[in-house]
Design a protein around this ligand. Structure first.
Ligand SMILES: [Fe+2]
Ligand SMILES: [Fe+2]
Length: 337
């Protein structure tokens, strides 16, 4: 299970990180959720996916009443960032979720409505937690088209979403200890998932102007002290969003990969998925339509009935799973109160 670790405490102002989940399934990327507390009020950053909700919820409950979380900051729209929204709303239906204005009509597919989701304008905004104001910093195209980070000038802590992310082995330290070694686990991720050199350069300039003691990414370890500027300098020199080597498209290689689920290790992989011809990525080569085997249509009706039956069963299973989560939360609160 995940654990809550407080990394900053100054009177009644605190930052905690919910980190490292050795019990999670190996096919799921590990995530860091932050809780910012000021007085009795809390804000959570990138609260994570539906699957890890019970783990995040109980970790936070070990140091703070999750009912006092009034605000969610969602750096972008990904499932590992915000697919747990509907479960957080079961806990507190008045929660506000701040996310780029680009995503306010997409994220309700995970949960929430037009009262829950508050669109952040492209230039950013400020968010209040207790008496403290946090700065919402634009980081568009790093990696989402509508993307933000969160900066606390009092704690000098910068939550950087997927920027600074690294895919680390189990048991890795919470903080970066050896920058040169650590960054080897971040390079593939940044080259592939960060889409624009211009956006990256712009962000590096903006981040350098802030006084930052710690950068906390949504995956991997925390950069602190000198490693903060070291990371910004490294990122400013990295070329991102480019793929130059061709993948193995031999029949054996394609067959071998056909049923595989992408793993966190694949996300760290620096290999190319796009063939480049004369310097121009050939997207058509990557997306060529596979040959479709001929189908006997005489049994189509039976097939459709089968499909409808299977879908109904899958929906029931999903509802059962969700209801069991919710019942666990309700039991948790009835124990505490
Ligand atoms: Fe992401
Ligand atoms: Fe992520």
């Amino acid at each position: 299970m995940k654990q809550l670790r407080f990394i900053y405490t100054e009177k009644n102002h605190k930052w905690g990180v919910v980190c490292r989940d050795p019990s999670r399934a190996s096919y799921m990327i590990d995530t860091n959720e932050c809780i910012v507390i000021d007085g009795d009020e809390g804000l959570i950053t990138d609260p994570g996916g539906m699957e890890i909700f019970p783990s995040v919820f109980s970790a936070i409950g070990s140091g703070f009443n999750p009912k006092n979380i009034k605000t969610i900051f969602s750096s972008h729209q990904d499932p590992d960032v915000i697919s747990s929204l509907t479960l957080w709303l079961e806990l507190n239906p008045d929660l506000k979720c701040y996310i780029s204005r680009l995503w306010t009509t997409f994220v309700p597919h995970f949960g929430g409505d037009d009262k829950t989701l508050v669109g952040i304008p492209d230039e950013g905004t400020t968010l209040s937690v207790g008496t403290v104001k946090l700065k919402v910093v634009p980081a568009h195209y790093l990696h989402s088209s509508g993307n933000f980070h969160l900066y606390d000038s009092r704690a000098k802590i910068y939550f950087s979403g997927d920027v600074g992310a690294a895919i680390l082995p189990e048991g890795a330290d919470l903080y970066v200890k050896n920058f040169d070694e650590h960054i080897k686990s971040a390079i593939g991720f940044h080259k592939r998932w960060m889409g624009s050199n211009e956006a990256k350069d712009d962000w590096c300039k903006r981040a350098s102007e802030l006084e930052i003691d710690m950068i906390i990414p949504q995956h991997g370890a925390i950069y602190q002290g000198k490693d903060v500027q070291r990371f910004i300098n490294w990122f400013s020199e990295l070329r991102v969003g480019l793929f130059t080597s061709a993948p193995d498209i031999s029949e054996a290689a394609v067959e071998d990969k056909s049923e595989k689920i992408a793993t966190p290790a694949d996300m760290a992989d620096d290999s190319s998925e796009i063939i480049e011809i004369g310097g121009i990525p050939n997207v058509a080569a990557q997306t060529a339509t596979p040959e479709i085997a001929e189908t006997d249509h005489s049994d189509l009706e039976a097939l459709m009935e089968d499909n409808a039956r299977l879908k109904k069963k899958a929906d029931q299973d999903t509802m059962q799973k969700k209801n069991s989560f919710i019942n666990k939360i309700k039991k948790f609160f009835s124990r505490k109160e």
